[in-house]
Design a protein around this ligand. Structure first.
Ligand SMILES: [Ca+2]
Length: 369
């Protein structure tokens, strides 16, 4: 699945212009039970007390982070060793009902519901880029519309539509709504929106490493969240695309668009929809060489990603990480329901297949860089 910042979409109507330079361990208490009498558990380090509602404990661990299998892309490599503290994670993607409660209490207006400002867009494009027509600078979001037949998979403008009036309340455009979809994941949420939600919920977005480890469910070196077998035939463990993207969706899994959360089996940690349904924001900036840098350490401890973003494909545009793929991910296109697949997206961009879930550190939350 190609990245698709909304600025990039707005600018597809502009003529090409020059300039693409990069910016950028003892004693033993005799009165205590012997250690051998205690049953080791993956969950033994879960903090005492009640779990936060709707969250599950992901235990401290080391793991090999990165791509396994023939689908692994260059920015998923090299595989490198990572050590993480334990953390709480939402068992599901944030739902429409949860997001509605946030909006009711705060009055928050998402970016997709606001008119884009040219002054902000200018910061993300090469110098000299002309201002887009005012007709493009309206409250809008990106909605997937299937093509009528096979098309080149190099040109995402064929299946994404910049649709005025599309937002979390109207996922398919102004004539659609979310009535009866309280338990579906919220969509059209930008990274900036997700950060504000996190502050309200007293949570934060996961680091990219936390997300990948949690997705793997304690099973290392697997190609997919559920194992090594692709989602095909009767093996349909997630809400992804069956058929030929972007025109032929057999809907064999029962869901053309979003599915209610928990429609498919949870992983070992009790997390649902880590592969498919909707993409999930992470806190990290995107860089293609993040893993090459992390691999310089024997073990990367609680990696938070780079201090800034750099995408060689779009040097002026800062991007954050998304993970997990969506209902649009197909085996003939992106296979981004893999645990290691990395999406790079402008933080101001929501889409009809973009959502998020939050985590909580056992101690104080870590603010994104
Ligand atoms: Ca997901």
């Amino acid at each position: 699945m190609s990245h698709l910042p909304r600025v990039a979409w707005i600018l597809t109507v502009l003529p090409a212009c020059g300039g693409s330079d990069p910016q950028p361990a003892g004693t033993v208490d005799a009165a205590a039970p012997l250690p051998c009498c205690e049953t080791p558990s993956r969950f033994a380090t879960a903090p005492a007390g009640d779990a936060p509602p709707g969250m599950v404990w992901i235990p401290a661990e080391e793991f090999d982070m990165g791509g396994f299998g023939p689908e692994a892309r260059p920015d998923e490599l090299p595989v490198h060793r990572v050590k993480l503290d334990g953390f709480w994670m939402d068992a599901t993607e944030v739902t429409n009902a949860q997001f509605a409660r946030f909006v009711e209490e705060t009055g928050y207006v998402t970016l997709a519901e606001r008119k884009p400002e040219w002054e902000e867009i200018q910061k993300q494009v090469p110098p000299g880029t002309p201002k887009p027509d005012d007709s493009m600078l309206v409250a809008a979001s990106l909605v997937f519309v299937p093509t009528k037949g096979p098309v080149s998979l190099e040109d995402y403008t064929q299946w994404w539509t910049w649709m005025p009036g599309a937002n979390w309340r109207h996922p398919q455009g102004p004539d659609s709504d979310i009535v009866g979809k309280d338990d579906h994941p919220v969509v059209h949420v930008a990274w900036d929106d997700a950060i504000v939600y996190g502050v309200w919920a007293k949570k934060r977005l996961p680091s990219e490493a936390e997300w990948e480890y949690a997705c793997r469910g304690g099973a290392e070196h697997k190609r997919f969240p559920w194992g090594d077998d692709p989602p095909a035939g009767k093996n349909l463990p997630a809400n992804v695309w069956q058929g030929k993207f972007p025109y032929d969706n057999s809907v064999a899994d029962g869901h053309r668009l979003t599915a209610p959360v928990k429609s498919f089996p949870a992983n070992f940690y009790g997390l649902y929809d880590m592969g498919g349904n909707v993409w999930e924001w992470c806190q990290d900036w995107y860089r293609a060489d993040t893993y090459a840098e992390a691999a310089k350490a024997k073990v990367a401890v609680n990696p938070q990603g780079p201090d800034s973003s750099f995408d060689p494909d779009e040097p002026y545009m800062p991007k954050r990480i998304q993970r997990g793929g969506s209902f649009l991910c197909a085996d003939n296109f992106c296979t981004s329901y893999r645990p290691s697949a990395r999406m790079k997206t402008s933080p101001d961009t929501g889409m009809s297949h973009s959502g998020f879930r939050c985590v909580r550190s056992n101690a104080s939350a870590t603010a994104p860089k």
